[in-house]
Design a protein around this ligand. Sequence first.
Ligand SMILES: CSC[C@H]1O[C@H](OP(=O)(O)O)[C@H](O)[C@@H]1O
Length: 359
Amino acid sequence: MNIPYPIKIRAVWWDESSRKTCWINTLKLPHSEEVECSSDPVRVAKAIIDLEIRGAPAIGVAAALAVASYAWTLTGKPREEFYSKTLEAVSVLWATRPTAHNLFHALTRVREKLLAGMSAGATPLEAAEDVTREALKIMEEDIYSNYLIGEHGSQLVPDNASILTHCNAGALATSALGTAEAVMRVAWYKGKRIRVYATETRPVLQGARLTVWELVKEGIPVTLITDNTAGFLMRKGMVDLVIVGADRITREGYVVNKIGTYMIALAARRNNIPFYVAAPTSTIDLNSRIEDVVIEERNPAEVKYVMGRLITLEEASALNYAFDITDPDLVTAIITEKGVVKPPFPENLKKIVGSSQPH
Ligand SMILES: CSC[C@H]1O[C@H](OP(=O)(O)O)[C@H](O)[C@@H]1O
């Protein structure tokens, strides 16, 4: 599936010659662009846990590719060993991060392929080929979803709009154009003179390090602000719309996204500013109630240190929720590859997830 826009940045990809999973280490950005490739699912799992690879779609694609890469290292093994080791790799990757639904969506598809192969008597080589096809399909679907989200979402962006975004939902969080940033990119490509305010996104600064880097490379005007400036900017009338990504969207339309999103949504509502969430349907989890969703708590050191420098007392305690929850009534619309979903979300999310092809 070709898309009519250039893919200038890749977060994660498949190296056909080595059959390895490759990624750019986003922890090193913006100061260095380190790339690594591996067939070791434990190494890829560590990259996901440590946020070298991050962003819901990128995490899912990386995990699926990692199982495929590993499968190719086992094609000479007896069937029983091949299947037990590849299924164990699925479990290792499954345990990396608890919140982004794309991880479980992707690994479920890969595990189903392995189980089907096992019960059908497929050889390790046949199973490796099958798992690779599925993993690459997941990646291709994400690439195309990014493009369609951009197309659908750009229609919501007025010319000369000032857009506020939080965290990074860009190429560095997906397989191609991003989700929230895909909307910005396509609006820009279509000639809309937008400008973006990017929050720094404490504690690990995805906005300052990644979103600013992406948009500067695109030539899209971007201004970095502290997280605490977002509400004031909206009150001053300097923001026309908010667009963020998502890690999980429940069947009722609760949006789980980077910590700080909820406060931005509250400020947007207070100032009558549209609050859009851009996400592929692989992020939508129709099976979970919001009470079931695990909000990842990360190492408190991420709060106490900034770029390796202690900013408080070593003995200080710190709380480090990686995500928060935005209530459905604060969400103007959810932009997916299948179209823009408006309230009432329970019915309309079910309808769009259930529908067949992206359009
Ligand atoms: C397009 S999903 C991006 C989503 O993922 C980020 O979380 P993290 O950097 O911890 O993986 C953040 O919630 C973004 O909105």
